[in-house]
Design a binder for this molecule. Structure first.
Ligand code: FES
Length: 677
């Protein structure tokens, strides 16, 4: 009998096989991506396929009704107990009897593709470092004495082509009872990171146990720790959460934490302990939220800036506080979670930390590069990850530059008089009527403007409590557009602006955004100090971007991507009115959400992406803002709103900024421009 032609879709892979070959075997020999956890024993149902019958002129074959062996008892039992979609077969049970076309549905592919939901949708191909494998191990034999582990290793080699496995002592201790309980049939959780010479067994279960297996993608920021708990089989995010970084009590920004470590012996150890505890708490909370056991978390990927990176690892960050800003290590790291005291997740869990780009540009910037891929862009894209420290990337296919700029926590609502974190009740959108100077606003938790009927009722449970980061950006930009603030950042007095909402506080003025005192609520104002804090933050951001543009030799950029949890909420128009970002067409400003967190997720779900980002990081040219004299010059110019020297032709097509000046009011002059100049 001649061999049968087997064609797999969607891959198009084809080959000839002896009649009687199981479809799973044919798929493996052709390198078709068909999943299996039980190794063809009819237990896992991962190998489901859909045979096609009839004429396939495209492939030049006609598939007869008996092209596959008959439906068998294993499939029948599986369908009765667990259910199988009509038309599906188990690839390990169905044998090739004639020419056949076989479709591998997405859920049966190991390397299935997951669509990332964001403004710029991208596909993550699943290729996790951790997977479950079912094996049947030979029983011990007095005549051929070998250890149980050695026979397990042989079974993995013979049944899964996994060579030379390793396991740690903790697992070795559990091996014998599990093998016996499973009657020599076990499922192992196997991990192989991109730098691991040997695959290692992280866990072992009696019998067949396909998991599920979970991983954490953690964006460890200076102010917040944000984490996603993902299913390692399909990349789904089962729970996401964030907590404040408890190191804030040692210093709000990075340099103050480095100083704390320098001034207080053992200060670095305290900060390390604090952050590790917070990560453990967060991991536990995520597991509860997702309804999974924390012990099913076998991997954690971290992205973080260099100071967070060192403090997580328990390395004193003192060298990062002074030139030449040497990192203890800039390469990626693969570690045991227990080395970082991550005790809530599985005891054998592994950790991967993305590489840092340089002393001030960390693994978080690398993760943004992995997520946003500036090095694959045809046009010149500026990517700004807005946080306490802004990570800035500029580039296209030819070259990518990166820097980090110390914006401080103002954009996150800190250091703002009525500032608060983004939470229900926080003002997030602001409009000010240029004629009447009257504001209206929206708070998180309600879609109504404050001037809409029903606003009070809609916000009764939350109240109006403060201003979050996006709210303060809009408030300051709207004040500039309404002529309440001049180019230097000064708030005009009531006579100059014509509104009683400008109130004098001695030498300066505040603008009253909301007075809730009659109902026992807060008086929410934008103070001169708030405007100064925003000026400093946005000037640092813009100066960093300009420095990269100088280095690149470009006057303009084609696109701007705003990243960061908070970047998603920034209005491009207001950001440009403030002069946070360079002039560009408004529709060319997009938000990428938490790109660093997405980069962490990609590295978690796809082990090959780790090699890719490590190679990319080598090619990214890093610009050091702290020692670059032009940074100061750009910073001084960028302290004006929007800028003392740069023009904004695209912006001026849609917005005319009033030519007001409050410098002669005796209320402080143009200190904003000189603050750090
Ligand atoms: S491979 Fe597990 S059921 Fe077919």
């Amino acid at each position: 009998m001649t061999d049968a032609l087997v064609i797999f879709t969607p891959s198009g892979k084809r080959g000839r096989f002896a009649v009687g070959t199981p479809v799973l075997t044919a798929a493996r020999q052709l390198g078709v991506d068909l999943d299996s956890v039980c190794g063809g024993r009819g237990i896992c149902s991962k190998c489901q396929i859909t045979p096609g019958y009839g004429d396939f002129s495209k492939h030049g074959v006609t598939v007869a009704d008996d092209a596959l062996s008959e439906w068998n008892a294993v499939e029948d039992r599986y369908k009765r107990i667990r259910g199988l979609i009509d038309g599906r077969r188990l690839g390990c049970q169905a044998k090739v009897m004639g020419d056949v076309v076989i479709d591998v549905p997405p859920e049966s592919q190991v390397h299935k593709q997951v669509i990332r939901k964001s403004a710029t949708e991208r596909v993550i191909a699943m290729d996790p470092a951790t997977r479950a494998l079912y094996v049947e191990v030979a029983e011990p034999d007095m005549h051929e004495p070998t250890g149980d582990f050695e026979r397990l290793a042989i079974a993995l080699r013979d049944q899964w082509q996994v060579e030379d496995v390793a396991c740690d002592l903790g697992l070795m201790r559990r091996l014998q009872p599990v093998l016996r309980k499973g009657e020599w049939k076990v499922t192992v959780v196997l991990h192989k990171g991109n730098h691991d010479a040997r695959p290692r067994i992280l866990d072992i279960f009696p019998g067949f146990n396909e998991g599920p297996l979970h991983g954490l993608a953690i964006d460890l920021g200076s102010t917040t720790i944000a984490a996603h708990l993902c299913d390692l089989a399909d990349g789904r995010v089962l729970a996401s959460s964030g907590v404040m970084n408890p190191q804030i009590r040692f210093g709000e920004d990075l340099m103050s934490r480095v100083s704390y470590a320098m001034m207080n012996p053992g200060g670095d150890v305290e900060m390390t302990r604090a952050v590790r505890e917070a990560i453990n708490t967060l991991a536990g909370a995520l597991a509860v939220e997702a309804g999974v056991t924390a012990a099913s978390i076998y991997e954690t990927v971290f992205v973080c800036n260099p100071v967070m990176h060192h403090l997580l690892l328990g390395i004193d960050p003192v060298e990062l506080g002074q030139a030449p800003f040497a990192l203890a290590t800039s390469g990626s790291l693969s570690l045991d979670a227990r080395d970082l005291d991550l005790s809530v997740i599985n005891a054998s869990a592994r950790v991967y930390i993305l590489p840092c780009i340089a002393g001030h540009v960390g693994a978080d910037a690398a993760a943004v590069a992995l997520s946003e891929e500036p090095g694959k862009s045809d046009d010149m894209v500026l990517i700004v990850d807005v946080g306490t420290n802004a990570e800035i990337l500029l580039g296209n296919k030819t070259r990518v530059l990166a820097c980090s700029s110390p914006t401080g926590p103002a954009f996150e609502g800190a250091q703002i008089s009525s500032g608060q974190r983004a939470a229900p009740g926080a003002i997030e959108r602001v409009e000010i009527d240029p004629a009447t100077k009257e504001p209206r606003f929206k708070v998180i938790g309600s879609d109504l403007w404050s001037t809409d009927p029903g606003f009070s009722a809609a916000t009764a449970s939350t109240g109006v409590t403060g201003i979050c980061g996006s709210g303060i950006i809009e408030a300051v930009a709207e004040m500039r557009m309404a002529g309440l603030v001049d180019q230097g950042g000064l708030i005009g007095g009531p006579e100059q602006t014509g509104t009683p909402r400008s109130i004098s506080t001695g030498r300066t003025h505040d603008y009253v955004l909301h007075d809730g005192t009659a109902e026992g609520g807060p008086l929410i104002t934008v103070t001169q100090g708030d405007i100064r804090a925003i000026q400093l933050a946005k000037a640092a951001l813009y100066a960093g971007a300009k420095l990269l543009m100088d280095e690149m030799g470009v006057e303009t950029v084609d696109r701007v991507t705003l990243a960061g949890a908070f970047g998603a909420h920034i209005s491009p128009k207001h950001a440009m009115v403030l002069g946070m970002i360079p002039d560009v067409k408004l529709d060319k400003v997009v938000s990428a959400g938490n790109a660093a967190g997405t980069g962490a997720r990609i590295a978690l779900c796809n082990v090959a992406s780790r090699d890719a980002i490590e190679a990319t990081v080598h090619d990214i040219h890093k610009v050091e803002t702290a020692i670059e004299p032009r940074f100061q010059e750009h910073f001084v110019n960028a302290s004006a709103i929007p800028n003392a020297v740069d023009t904004f032709p695209e912006l001026s097509q849609i917005v005319t900024l009033p030519d007001v000046s409050f410098n002669t009011s005796g209320s402080g002059g143009d200190r904003g421009r000189r603050r750090r100049g």
